[in-house]
Design a protein around this ligand. Structure first.
Ligand SMILES: [Zn+2]
Ligand SMILES: [Zn+2]
Length: 394
């Protein structure tokens, strides 16, 4: 069973939904219009129940199969939020909200799950229950964690939960999977170096935090290269540095922001202790002071082996054996579906969207979700549900 014909029938409709969502992007936990659109569509599809207000703007749709309530249940999750990026695609349905953009394809994720919900509510060719989970705030604010904390799995008891992300570096329509760690754990780093301000012509009167910060940035590069087992993955990146205002003034403080990524908890511990030790030690050796915040934001996204096999069967049915490929290495990107996978058996899969090899990647101001994959993703969701909740009488 490749792309489901009935879903292919509403490809044009799904494209219109996706472009409407794209034009009206909303930041994490502010997905008011977006979740309103989701609720309106789920109502129109005739799903059995719609629950709103979980993790503020989150929505869960409940779709029972032929046998009604009871029996097995699974959750299918899509994210809804956009990013604080100024869009440069130039498409006619570009963002109308300045500085906010669907640059990660969550407009496409929401649409693919809506497409599946429409089909599942119409055909009900399964036994048990499908929960369609529309999650807010995947970017930075951990909507996935909030949903779990607000009782997602207690209020909607399910055996497995599944996630999917479009991936613009993989050819259009190809699925990429991985068992075990797939995406990295993430910590946000904030380092504030406090020295002593002075006239730029009289550096001896002060303690220059810019010089201290420079030494820290350089030293941080050795944490992974010298401190972590070479075959393990790890990243420490400083992405922002800010201090001073003018040519000839040594400022009092410098603030740096960065990110750390890893898979194994012991690597995360080493990155944290390395950042703390080097920043505070170097600052102290110059007579300055460094304050370090190492905020562990997302755990690693780890796919369950059994659940991954379930996703493979569905992906192969939709895309064909040749277009389902194991991922050679996990990615250092982070994903808050990790919180759902910590609480529930499940797996996360990537769906390729590349029209050409130079396609701008996610989080790029010229990235745009590829509408050609909408029926593929929606068919994957529907097939996964029909396979896992197969009717006993069929
Ligand atoms: Zn993203
Ligand atoms: Zn994303």
């Amino acid at each position: 069973m490749p792309i489901i014909n009935r879903i292919a029938d509403f490809h044009e409709q799904m494209t219109a939904w996706r472009r409407d969502l794209h034009a009206h992007p909303e930041l994490a936990l502010q997905e008011i219009r977006t979740s309103g659109v989701v609720v309106e569509k789920l109502r129109e599809f005739g799903v059995d129940e719609i629950v709103t207000g979980i993790a503020k703007t989150g929505v869960v749709g409940v779709i029972h199969g032929q046998s009604g309530k009871g029996g097995r249940a699974i959750g299918l999750r899509a994210d809804m939020d956009a990013l604080p990026i100024e869009e440069e695609t130039g498409v006619e349905y570009a963002s109308v909200n300045p500085g906010v953009m669907h640059a990660c394809g969550h407009d496409g994720h929401t649409t693919m799950l809506l497409g599946a919900a429409k089909y599942l509510a119409e055909t009900r060719n399964f036994d048990g229950t499908v929960y369609v989970i529309f999650q807010p705030a995947e970017e930075n604010l951990a909507g996935g964690r909030i949903m779990v904390e607000e009782g997602l799995f207690e209020r909607f008891p399910m055996q497995q939960v599944f996630g999917m992300h479009n991936w613009p570096s993989v050819p259009e329509g190809k699925f990429v999977w991985r068992e075990g760690p797939m995406m990295a754990a993430v910590a946000n780093i904030e380092i504030t170096v406090t020295g002593k301000g002075s006239h730029g012509a009289h550096p001896n009167d002060g303690i220059d935090p810019i010089v201290v910060a420079s030494q820290i940035v350089t030293a941080l590069q050795t944490i992974v290269s010298r401190g972590i087992e070479p075959t393990e993955g790890g990243v420490v990146t400083i992405g922002h540095i800010n201090g001073g205002h003018i040519y000839n003034v040594i400022p009092e403080t410098v603030r740096m922001l960065g990110t750390a990524r890893w898979f194994k908890p012991e690597v995360g511990d080493k990155l944290e202790s390395g950042v703390r030790r080097l920043a505070t030690g170097i600052a102290e050796s110059f007579g300055a002071k460094a304050e370090v915040v190492f905020d562990r934001a997302y755990p690693a996204t780890v796919n369950d082996a059994e659940a991954t096999q379930m996703t493979l069967a569905a992906a192969r049915a939709v895309a064909g054996e040749q277009r389902v490929e194991a991922m050679a290495n996990p990615t250092m990107g982070g994903e808050d579906f990790a919180f759902m996978l910590q609480a529930k058996q499940g797996s996360y899969i990537m769906l390729g969207g590349a029209r050409d090899p130079n396609e701008p990647r996610v989080h790029h101001p010229r990235y745009d979700f590829n509408d050609a994959i909408l029926p593929i993703g929606a068919s994957y969701w529907a097939t996964l549900a029909e396979q896992l909740l197969a009717r006993r009488d069929s």
